[in-house]
Design a protein around this ligand. Structure first.
Ligand SMILES: NC(=O)C1=CN([C@@H]2O[C@H](COP(=O)(O)OP(=O)(O)OC[C@H]3O[C@@H](n4cnc5c(N)ncnc54)[C@H](OP(=O)(O)O)[C@@H]3O)[C@@H](O)[C@H]2O)C=CC1
Ligand SMILES: CC[C@](O)(C(C)=O)C(=O)O
Ligand SMILES: [Mg+2]
Ligand SMILES: [Mg+2]
Length: 331
């Protein structure tokens, strides 16, 4: 089994001033969790953007990106992957001091050579295995999000301790932290989000919904069956593994699920997954995503629009209105 880190013997005082660049999904979570863990944090943001105001309202020190980088010894790059190269080149790199540390929450730009840091800084990664808003929510509840860490360049001799301290500060060691490489994190993270966590699950939900509605069933029934209950079933799997879920559902569901599930997600699906993985490993996906950004994200914009207009979103919005507790965590 991999060596797991749970925070014992990890010293937060390995961190001096930490600059969090970006205050979005991951940025706000890292900044606030570190701040509440007692770390000295400065947020780097654009003066005319929403984040500047929000981080100030949250009680954090905020500076423009070049100043934040200059005053910190660790700079955590938490802006979208597709803007990192430009912002890094223009605002981060010129303000790094020798022996500083730069930190990523995902390895895309290092692994695919979009950012090539100077040889005189540490390059590390702390990648929470969860969406930023949940990284924040579970930290506040006293729990944590599992994470991966990696060291790509160690000039100070203690880059690993710095990464471990950062991971502890954002709450990852509460759930379990393990060592990886930029390559492994990048490839597995892209694979997970494409085939299972984001791409696969939404397609499964939409196809289930559409099949029922096209067969004449009420859209509201189809919504509860395909989407709402998905979380409740996943909660059981998350808390107790597959066995916990099979234990809780009826024997009829267990028999039907075990005999029919593999007809729906069959060997072709696994073959397709292997092809998707190959495109990630050989850089084809990265090339496509970089070009998509160079041309203004036309494919993403079209797909976003289609997703927004799907019938399941319309039905869901109405039904969720009657469940106010679902709104408590909305941001
Ligand atoms: N989303 C997630 O849960 C996860 C993300 N990651 C990784 O974390 C990193 C950050 O992702 P994520 O949190 O989704 O990012 P977000 O899309 O949430 O980042 C938004 C932030 O970036 C700022 N920003 C956007 N464009 C620019 C720009 N051109 N110049 C300066 N600031 C800019 C925004 O500022 P403003 O308000 O001014 O617009 C805002 O503060 C990525 O590497 C991602 O792969 C890793 C694990 C999970
Ligand atoms: C699953 C999507 C993710 O990889 C994440 C929340 O971990 C991301 O890039 O947002
Ligand atoms: Mg991920
Ligand atoms: Mg990801």
């Amino acid at each position: 089994m991999a060596e797991m880190h749970y925070g014992e013997n990890i010293e937060l005082n390995k961190l001096d001033k930490v600059a969090i660049i970006g205050y979005g999904s991951q940025g706000h979570a890292h900044a606030l969790n570190l701040h509440e863990s007692g770390v000295d944090v400065v947020v780097g943001a654009r003066k005319n953007g929403k984040s500047w105001k929000k981080a100030k309202e949250d009680g954090l020190e905020v500076k423009e990106i070049p100043k934040a980088v200059e005053t910190a010894t660790l700079t955590s790059i938490l802006i979208p992957d597709e803007v990192q190269t430009k912002v890094y080149k223009e605002q981060i790199k010129p303000n790094l001091n020798p022996q500083d540390t730069i930190l990523f929450a995902h390895g895309f730009n290092i692994h695919y050579n979009q950012i090539r840091p100077p040889k005189n800084v540490n390059v590390v990664m702390v990648a929470p295995k969860g969406p930023g808003h949940l990284v924040r929510r579970v930290y506040k509840e006293g729990a944590g999000t599992p994470g991966l860490f990696a060291v790509n360049q160690d000039v100070t001799g203690d880059a690993e301790e710095i990464a471990l301290a950062y991971a502890k500060g954002i709450g990852c060691t509460r759930a379990g932290l393990l060592e990886t490489t930029f390559k492994e994190e990048t490839e597995t993270d892209l694979f997970g989000e494409q085939v299972d966590l984001c791409g696969g699950v939404t397609k499964l939900i939409k196809d289930t919904f559409e099949t029922l509605v096209e067969a004449g069933y009420q859209p509201e029934v189809a919504y509860f069956e395909s989407l709402h209950e998905m979380k409740l079933i996943i909660d059981l799997i998350h808390e107790q593994g597959l066995q916990g879920m099979w234990h809780s559902v009826s024997n009829t569901a267990e028999y039907g699920g075990l005999t029919r599930g593999k007809r729906v997600i069959d060997n072709n699906t696994k073959q397709n997954m292997k092809e998707v993985l190959k495109e990630i490993q050989n850089g084809e996906f990265a090339k496509e995503w970089i070009l998509e950004n160079k041309s203004g994200q036309p494919v993403l914009k079209r797909a976003r629009e289609q997703e927004k207009n799907h019938q399941i979103e319309e039905v869901g919005q109405e039904l969720r209105e009657m469940m106010p507790w679902l709104k408590e965590n909305q941001e």
